[in-house]
Ligand binder design. Sequence first.
Ligand SMILES: Cc1cc2nc3c(=O)[nH]c(=O)nc-3n(C[C@H](O)[C@H](O)[C@H](O)COP(=O)(O)O)c2cc1C
Length: 175
Amino acid sequence: MKILIVYASTEGQTRKIAQFCADHLIEQSHSVEVLGAGDAKDVDLGRFDAALVAGSVHAGRYQKPLVKFAKRQAEKLNGMNAAFMSVSLAAAGDDAEDWDGLKECVARFASKTGWSPPKVFHVAGAFRFTEYDFFKSWAMRWIASQKGEDVDPHVDKEMTDWAALKTTVDNWLGT
Ligand SMILES: Cc1cc2nc3c(=O)[nH]c(=O)nc-3n(C[C@H](O)[C@H](O)[C@H](O)COP(=O)(O)O)c2cc1C
């Protein structure tokens, strides 16, 4: 299959996840193109059998370039095998309120863009202290403490379950 992966990433974890998915699919002899959302506005989706669109949650929102891409390509995305991957820290836990919040984020994204992804994958992201400024670092340490998560403010902490991610992608494409 020919697969397009479009991603937006603020601190880098969604980029890493997009690349990981691409490498995994290439290992299975698929042909994969990976594009940052800002470069994907005019991509011809007709060239692809499937598309994976990935972005991360920051204060309940996905990145603007990703919203722009999905809005511009909504008609095509609605008519093809396209899945949405939402990367967040809420997805690392099992707090019911957090999960309701994630569902709201996706619903808001769908209503803003006009693309209603039939498949939505929630993937746990990372604390990326090496990428944060002072204020972000402080806020993320506070969030970690609220969640009982043990973090070192100088060390990144990945919550992504890479094996589960492979299974998610395999199940999506039925491989
Ligand atoms: C300023 C800021 C706000 C965030 N807001 C949320 C949020 O509202 N909900 C959530 O689950 N995760 C939130 N996160 C966690 C990110 O979604 C997580 O770190 C993710 O891995 C970021 O992906 P990226 O590195 O691709 O940008 C936030 C992170 C930062 C730095």
